[in-house]
Design a protein around this ligand. Sequence first.
Ligand SMILES: [Mn+2]
Length: 348
Amino acid sequence: MLQKTDLSKYDPDGAALEDVGIFGLPLTAEESSLILIPVPWEATTSYGKGTAAGPRAILAASPQLDLFDAELGQLGLARPWEFGIHMEAEDPGVVAANLEACRLSTPIIASGGRFCAGLDRVNELSSQLNTWVGKRVRHWRAQGKLVGLVGGEHSTPLGAIEAFLEEYPGLGVLQIDAHADLREAYEGFAHSHASIMHNVLETRVGRLVQVGVRDYCDSEYRLATSHPKVRTFFDFALKERLCQGESWHSLCEEIVGLLPENVYVSFDIDGLEPALCPHTGTPVPGGLRFHEAVYLLKTLHRAGKRLVGFDLNEVAPGPDGDQWDGNVGARMLYKLCGLTLLSAGARD
Ligand SMILES: [Mn+2]
């Protein structure tokens, strides 16, 4: 049973303190119901770099948020922070492995995958990262903690999804993303950001529902439209139906209705409009507005589905201390935390 943590010395309406934890909360893991695992990784990012700094950018921008949330209050939890949210420190081993993988992958990416020296080592480091992520998730789940991942590029959640599948057989994945991420491999990388959902389909996942997808190649389109476990709501098709008078509410109900009882959300920030994530690695015009995405997640909750875990990935900070991408990322992260707490029974 989830418990509110002792925050008697903390004023959520006061100015944020310096050097505190995520969302300005001065809480240890022990004092928190929900643990965020940062994964500063961008070994296969092919277009714009920077997402390895995503967790730090989100952390830096997060004390700016008002923690009272009337939008989640409609579901019964306007004060998610009262249950305690803690983000772990970045793991030095992951930071070092990312640097090595990036050094090796840069010439491979520059050659469009034709230059292969170092490729085996990058794939080995990526597999080791998946193993590490899975272990970290199992570690916290064994202690009864809720868990979310903060990327990093979109290759990072495979180990987390595998760990949640052990606990929730038949788990569904709801992916919000500009890209289908269904390539078998990309530029030779077995664990590319562009292959994450192809790799997820090789697990025992129950269902994959994609929303906002607007960038995909021929083979990804064929897979998205023919695989029995996949249902893709292409961005253009959603926007056409909105133009023809359907409501976002009815579309959300249709999307959510395709998911099983237990759902993992894989949220690529580039699923939102690029104005909300201008420095993400591979921005694409179109996409969801902020509150459209939140409404979809709220519809999931109202339909009685359980959000059991999540990742938020591909947030990348702007130059010169520009906090906008981190600010939007922190706000979406707070919504994901709140909805996960709601699914676990947390109420004001
Ligand atoms: Mn993606």
